[in-house]
Design a protein around this ligand. Structure first.
Ligand code: SAH
Length: 524
């Protein structure tokens, strides 16, 4: 058996290892997929070539194995690395199936797309990272989704191979939605097309933008982790997390000196500890940024559920769960010497914002209100906006058919005014005993209560709405991170009318981007 499975790198002759080049020059026959063979033909025009198209892998590999077994020095070429979504494993299996000596097969590694594309973007894969192919030709899509969800949680940068195919255009969008279940829509991402080949391009964008990006098969996608940043237009994941560094300057044994300096720099510019209010994704993101910028960070969430979610993502942040009364907020501020309070609570939580304003006035602490982008819009046939739940119930009382409330358990008192509640009303709430009690009291019957933690995909929403035979959907306008789009699109598909509870647009406070910037620059 004289078979070498050769990874030729991303494409250009310069990206090939010397060993790969040597093996190709020694071989008599070069076998591969048309596009890859074209890339080496220029270098070795005198060789004998055998090419076949996509999806002809098994036939092509069998040909190479048989030729090699018959004594022809054969090189089977793959782009990138021959072992990473390459032909090497199939060659071993084929030789085994043909009863040939698989032990002789030689695998020559190459620069895989993750590395060539990573390098073009900057340095996104400096620490642990994961690789997933979105191709469901050989792997069931459910398994791919499961792996995506696991990686999403792990916070590791993720490289996506085969982000799209002609048949399946929505894989990347679905993958991004799964990632957004655990990562910020603002996560730094990069895409590279045709690395090392003609038409090479590399671009940075947010995870949210990536969800709408039309990738093709010649593209590799990298989704950053929470510490991945855009540094001068390049995608960079600094090595190690700030929480682990010796920021007091007793010797930076855990990391590079540069990162150490960056941190101490920020601390000296910034003030004392930060107190952030809000179990929202915005609250978590601000806390993470603050932690990374070297602030001692406290996050207050109204619910135990908020605490659990925050704890999973924010290891170095002190988390307070439960609604704090005004006087406790005040004494907390006085006792801990916070330099600033950030109010990132939900716009519906008007009460807490009021308490924070009062506490800030009494203590003289700086208060920053982060404005949340709220989706509102003109009322049309399908989507109607209301400013209170009572108005929605009044409207519904003039209609017929199932109503699906995805507005939580706090509005339970208003819900109970719905005529024929037991028949018409269905509700989806978080799995907490407190929430369940409230909606039961409001009059929902047990078969119409669903306890589950989101975010929910469009498909999941569609399944829920159909199951309960819903005609009306009631939702908050909670912005993109709140799964609003997924609800609206599922409703539109089923012809369900949507009633949106949209609070008045906030005009005060600063935008999320500005708050993140201020924290990152140590200005709070
Ligand atoms: N064995 C190859 C991977 C083959 S799977 C390797 O190790 O790189 C094919 C996928 O790899 C493509 O869909 C794309 O996501 C990625 N890829 C391969 N070559 C690439 C290139 N030159 N530029 C960008 N992506 C590439």
């Amino acid at each position: 058996m004289k078979l070498s499975i050769v990874g030729i790198g991303p494409g250009s002759a310069g990206g090939m290892t010397l060993e790969a080049r040597e093996r190709l020059s020694e071989s008599e026959l070069i076998v591969g997929y048309g596009l890859y063979v074209d890339l080496v033909k220029d270098l070795f025009p005198e060789k004998e070539y055998y090419t076949s198209g996509m999806r002809k892998e098994t036939e092509r590999v069998r040909f190479a194995v048989e030729k090699a077994a018959a004594g022809t020095r054969t090189a089977l070429v793959c782009s990138g690395d021959s072992g990473v979504y390459g032909m090497a494993s199939l060659a071993f299996e084929t030789a085994e199936a043909l009863g040939l000596e698989a032990g002789d097969i030689e695998v020559i590694p190459g620069v895989t797309a993750a590395l060539s594309c990573g390098a073009l973007l900057g340095s996104p894969l400096s620490c642990d990272f994961a690789v997933i192919s979105l191709s469901d030709l050989l792997v069931p899509w459910e398994r791919i989704e499961k792996r995506l969800a696991c990686v999403a949680e792990s916070d590791m940068p993720l490289v996506l191979y085969n982000p799209s195919s002609k048949k399946r255009r929505d894989h990347l969008k679905k993958a991004c939605r799964i990632m957004m279940g655990s990562r910020s829509p603002r996560t730094v991402c990069g895409i590279v097309r045709n690395a090392g080949r003609e038409g090479q391009s590399a671009e940075l964008m947010s995870l949210e933008e990536l969800a709408d990006y039309e990738a093709d098969m010649l593209t590799t996608v990298i989704i950053g982790g929470s510490s991945t940043r855009n540094i001068c237009g390049r995608m960079v994941t600094p090595r190690g997390y700030s929480g682990k560094y010796d920021i007091a300057g007793k010797g930076g044994q855990n990391g590079s000196g540069e990162e150490e300096n960056e941190k101490t720099d920020r601390i000296s510019r910034g003030g004392g500890p930060l107190l952030i209010f809000g179990g929202t994704s915005e609250g978590r993101e601000l806390a993470l940024r603050a932690e990374r910028a070297g602030y001692e960070t406290w996050l207050s969430t109204a619910t135990e559920y908020g605490r659990e979610t925050a704890q999973a993502h924010l290891k170095g942040v002190k988390i307070l769960a439960g609604k704090l009364p005004e006087d406790e907020i005040e004494s907390l501020i006085r006792n801990r010497g916070f330099s600033c309070v950030i109010d990132a609570t939900h716009p519906y939580a008007g009460h807490i914002s009021g308490s924070l304003e009062q506490a800030a006035e009494n203590t003289g602490i700086k208060l920053v209100r982060v404005r949340r982008k709220i989706q509102t819009g003109p009322t049309d046939e399908e989507v109607m906006f209301f400013s209170t739940m009572d108005e929605i119930i009044d409207f519904l009382n003039g209609t017929e058919g199932g109503v699906f409330f995805s507005t939580g358990s706090n509005a339970a008192e208003s819900y109970s005014r719905l005529i024929d509640m037991e028949e018409r009303g269905c509700v989806r709430i978080l799995p907490s005993a407190e929430a369940l009690e409230k909606v039961k009291k409001a009059g929902f019957s047990s078969r119409n209560i669903m306890c589950m933690q989101g975010p929910f995909s469009e498909e999941m929403n569609e399944a829920c709405f159909s199951f309960f035979n819903v005609r009306w959907l009631v939702t908050k306008s909670s912005g993109r991170a709140g799964g609003f789009d997924e609800k609206i699109s599922a409703a539109r598909r089923l012809g369900i009318k949507v009633l949106v509870l949209a609070p008045p647009q906030e005009t005060e406070g600063i935008a999320m981007e500005e708050a993140l910037k201020m924290i990152g620059e140590g200005r709070l």
